[in-house]
Design a protein around this ligand. Structure first.
Ligand code: ADP
Ligand code: MG
Length: 612
């Protein structure tokens, strides 16, 4: 095939930007390139092992999988070779020329152009294959896809384009040659290289061999650098925190530290080993519409898939592995879809995670609060998707409230602090905590010292449609229906006590209200005196039977320009407010009808402004 010409391909524009950054970066932990390349080599072996289950001819000669790293100091060359699945011509272009991997795509989206800020992102995301260009001025890739005779060479200096040409390779797999840049000589030091490899790869399931060119030490040649035992199969007592952490980084594609590590072996009807991590920072794809979880399923240490959906979508932030002792090795991804064993594992894992979370909430309330800030909005999806877990999840839930300051409170905190005369759990839903705190509807509650949950996650409006009670107490929106605050006394020592002394008498209010109703017609569904206002003159609320204000806002936004007709609100007037007092006086005296009509419209406009 030597007659075939070199092909030149331009990198996708985003890749060029990324590479430019890699090449010019002063990121201090450059050794992560080895972690990335070793994890790719290991993934490639896993992939071929899986494919060979159904097509044994792919793994020719029954070779066992291995990763070989060779250092040639003289030639300034580090080679990472695997006998995994390899890449075809088109896969090389796709995988090493575009941003095919979602993690890397997210990384690129976050780039600011400010070099020092961007450098921090490298550590947070990892950038896969392209990280090789941090240390190499030139990268050659030679790859042959399993099942094919063809091999292809890919090479690039990382600026603008890469070249491809047909090549020869005796066996399937991939070989990556890094021409180490001047100034990166630390990686040419055998001791340093060995140290980096063992730090990053101890748990990699395939053996990694390090060869030093010119040193013919046959003995160390055949002794793997890594221990190669799948970490989750080892007893807890033999695993250091550092090892757990490194495993989490590679397996979870995560770069923070785990907040919680759960490692156990389930025995009984079905047997499986579990090593799970809850991140301490929200992963980038947390609100990805696909809502996929990324737990890796193994069957007796053979990697099967990341797509088995071993957890419900509302636990998609959990990372780690599940190794089943009972599933057949040749289970296909299709067979996994409605597999009863998967359903059982999912249930067991979910139970276990909730139990561990409950323990954490008791033992480490502050840590748990931070966890809830990271993932609470996701867990709350479970309230309407897994209705039977409602009570458990509500027990774990933490809320900002009108009294909590910067802290979060549980519903049990709320219930134990509320007065006997209070019959409901009050809440207000809105777009942000700041917007909610400005809501006039809160005033009467604050004045009476009644705690109100401040709900600002879009999901809140949805779970509240399915869960209307907690511990026998109904949830009640303060922007919907009647506020029935009459039975709750104002807090006595407070200066902002609702000043009912100066309120317009009921009879006079009735006259003003009748005039407003007439003037506003269908623009409102009702006009009535308010108990929930102290400072503001007016507010809008939703009717008891309709949908709540914020939910309507969300639905209207989803339908762009409001496929839903907006339902008319109830306009509430504050009988103690000077303006309402003045208007009521005029109405009673039979003041100019046109002036009062205009005033009614102004009141509605004002209420709407406060509402948005
Ligand atoms: P990621 O591993 O997160 O997908 P990378 O940038 O590390 O992203 O790699 C991109 C893709 O290139 C991989 O998904 C894989 O398909 C392919 N690839 C990289 N290295 C190898 C290899 N050694 N063998 C086979 N395929 C590889
Ligand atoms: Mg990778």
């Amino acid at each position: 095939m030597s007659e075939s010409a070199n092909e030149k391909h331009a990198f996708q524009a985003e890749v060029s930007r990324l590479l430019h950054m890699m090449i010019n970066s002063v990121y201090s932990e450059r050794e992560i390139f080895l972690r990335e390349l070793i994890s790719n080599a290991s993934d490639a072996c896993d992939k071929l092992r899986y494919l060979a289950i159904t097509d044994p001819s792919l793994q020719s000669g029954g070779d066992s999988f291995r990763i070989d790293i060779t250092l040639d100091k003289q030639a300034r060359l580090i080679t990472i070779a695997d006998n995994g699945v390899g890449m075809s011509h088109d896969e090389l272009i796709e995988n090493l020329g575009t941003i095919a991997h979602s993690g890397t795509g997210k990384f690129v989206d976050q780039l600011t152009g400010d070099a020092s800020a961007d450098i921090d992102l490298i550590g947070q995301f990892g950038v896969g294959f392209y990280s090789a260009f941090m240390v190499a001025e030139h990268v050659d890739v030679l790859s042959r896809r399993a099942g094919s005779e063809e091999a292809w060479a890919w090479q690039s200096g990382g600026t603008g384009e890469f070249e491809m040409s047909a090549a020869q390779k005796p066996a399937p797999g991939t070989e990556i040659r890094l021409h180490i840049r001047a100034g990166e000589d630390e990686f040419l030091d055998p001791a340093r290289l060995r140290q980096v490899i063992s730090a990053y790869s101890d748990h990699v399931a395939h053996p990694i061999y390090l060869h030093i060119a010119g040193e013919a030490d046959a003995e160390s040649d055949e002794k793997p650098v890594n221990s190669g035992s799948a970490l989750w199969t080892r007893p807890k007592s033999e695993i250091t925190e550092e090892q757990y952490k490194e495993f989490y980084h590679t397996v979870g594609h995560m770069f923070d530290d785990p907040w919680l590590t759960i490692h156990y072996r389930a025995e009984g009807k079905i047997e499986f080993t579990v090593l799970l991590f809850i991140p301490s920072m929200p992963p980038m794809d947390l609100f990805d519409p696909a809502r996929q979880n990324r737990l890796r399923l193994y069957v007796r240490r053979v990697f099967i898939t990341e797509e088995a959906q071993l957890l419900p979508p509302w636990l998609r932030f959990v990372r780690g592995v599940v190794d089943s002792a009972d599933m057949p090795l040749n289970i296909s991804r299709e067979m996994l879809q409605n597999n009863p064993m998967v359903a059982r594992i999912r249930k067991a894992l979910t139970n276990r995670i909730l139990t561990e979370l409950k323990k954490k909430a008791e033992k480490d309330p502050e840590g748990f609060t931070q966890f809830w800030r990271n993932f609470g909005a996701v867990i709350k999806e479970g309230l309407y998707e897994d209705a039977e877990r409602g009570e458990d999840l509500l027990k774990l839930a933490r809320f900002a409230t009108s009294k909590s300051g910067d802290a979060l409170r549980s519903l049990d905190d709320y219930l134990s602090a509320m007065p006997d005369t209070q019959t409901a759990i009050y809440y207000i839903a809105g777009e942000s905590e700041a917007a909610i705190k400005r809501s006039p509807q809160l005033e009467g509650f604050v004045a009476r010292d009644i705690e109100v949950l401040l709900l600002s996650d879009p999901v809140d409006d949805f779970w509240l449609t399915t869960h209307r009670m907690y511990d026998g107490k109904p949830f009640k929106s303060i922007t919907q229906g009647d506020a029935d605050l009459k039975d709750l006394p104002p807090k006595s020592e407070s200066s902002d006590t609702p000043d009912t002394q100066d309120a317009v008498p009921e009879g006079d209010m009735a006259i003003l209200i009748a005039l407003c109703k007439q003037a506003l017609g269908e623009a409102v569904s009702d006009v009535r005196p308010s108990h929930r206002l102290t400072e503001s003159a007016v507010c809008l609320v939703a009717s008891e039977t309709g949908i709540d204000m914020n939910l309507e806002r969300i639905l209207a936004r989803q339908n762009q320009d409001g496929g839903l007709p907006k339902t008319a609100r109830i306009l509430e007037l504050n009988p103690s407010h000077p303006m309402i007092r003045a208007l009521a006086g005029k109405a009673k005296a039979g003041g100019a009808a046109s002036q009062l009509e205009e005033a009614a419209h102004l009141l509605l406009v004002q209420a709407r402004i406060l509402d948005d």
